[in-house]
Design a protein around this ligand. Sequence first.
Ligand code: TYR
Length: 354
Amino acid sequence: MSSATPEEKYELITWRLQESLGGDILKGILAEGRSPKGYWGTAPTGRPHIGYFVPLIKIFDFLQADVEELLIRSVFKSLGIPTSKLQFKLGSDYELSKEFNMDHLRLCAIVTEHDAKKAGAEVVKQVDSGLLYPGMQALDEQYLGVDFQFGGIDQRKIFTFAEHYLPKLGYTKRAHLMNAMVPGLAGGKMSSSDPNSKIDFLDPPEVVRRKINAAFCAEGNVTENGVLALVKAVLIPVSQLRSENAARQGGSILDPSTCLDLKPFAADGAPKGTVFSIEPDPKFGGGPTLHYMNFKQLELDFAERRIHPGDLKRAVVNAINRLLDPIRKSFHADGEMQKIEKLAYPDIKKQKRV
Ligand SMILES: N[C@@H](Cc1ccc(O)cc1)C(=O)O
């Protein structure tokens, strides 16, 4: 995408986000013809769930706009996006250095307890050591040498904390880009630590079906609907990305060797540009297959009860299973990955029995 104008790149970097702060910082860098450098940090409290597709899709946009991207501790490979343009960093590789710690002490000397508590309110477990967390995340921006940090809107208070405090240490204020959170299937946000709120990358097909079937999704209700929210935040963006990719002959950065099925979530024979199809079951009234080019139209049809919740759920289960299938397959084919998963997420129930 090197031929794109700075304005086009800025548009690509910021579209689909819920909020961006400090956009002028990025515009300035792009206008100078430089590639902005950004990072996304993650510290999952449990097995990562499909809500993680939201930032991962966004990272794809960053790469397309020639952003240099750093990731902290994340699982990325199985998505078919080559990692050669990405750098992985472990926080502990630099957070233990003398310089980082000196800066952390300087920061601790000026941060009030009130500001530290407030910054971490949505992200950090409210224990005393949690007071140090926002400061470390703010300093990460300086020590990774980035122009912007990207994260969920739940990180907002830490981001504004960083904007306020880094300049007080003599460092530059960074831009902050935020994606919307995917609501949980049972209300609230989708959370790694609550298995009923989420669908894991590695949930088997029948578990996906059970969780979606149990999700709240009442006919005509588009405001509290975790299933529709998944279609909007994950399935349609992935589908769009896949159809754009299919259209972009040759220029794809997706690696077909790691993903088996990269077709959009459209029924066979769907009109061009379809990103989601729903095949009504005669059990719920039947009718011709419905094809959607965008979320708005689908949402409207659901609101006007032209889509039965049972039909929507079935289409969503199928799309999620198609999306997760290559990830599950590569996991089950890779003994090393399975060992790491066991070490990362030990079976707590079993441990208690011993
Ligand atoms: N706070 C992030 C994790 C994170 C940690 C350190 C960072 O520098 C950035 C992000 C989360 O809640 O998942």
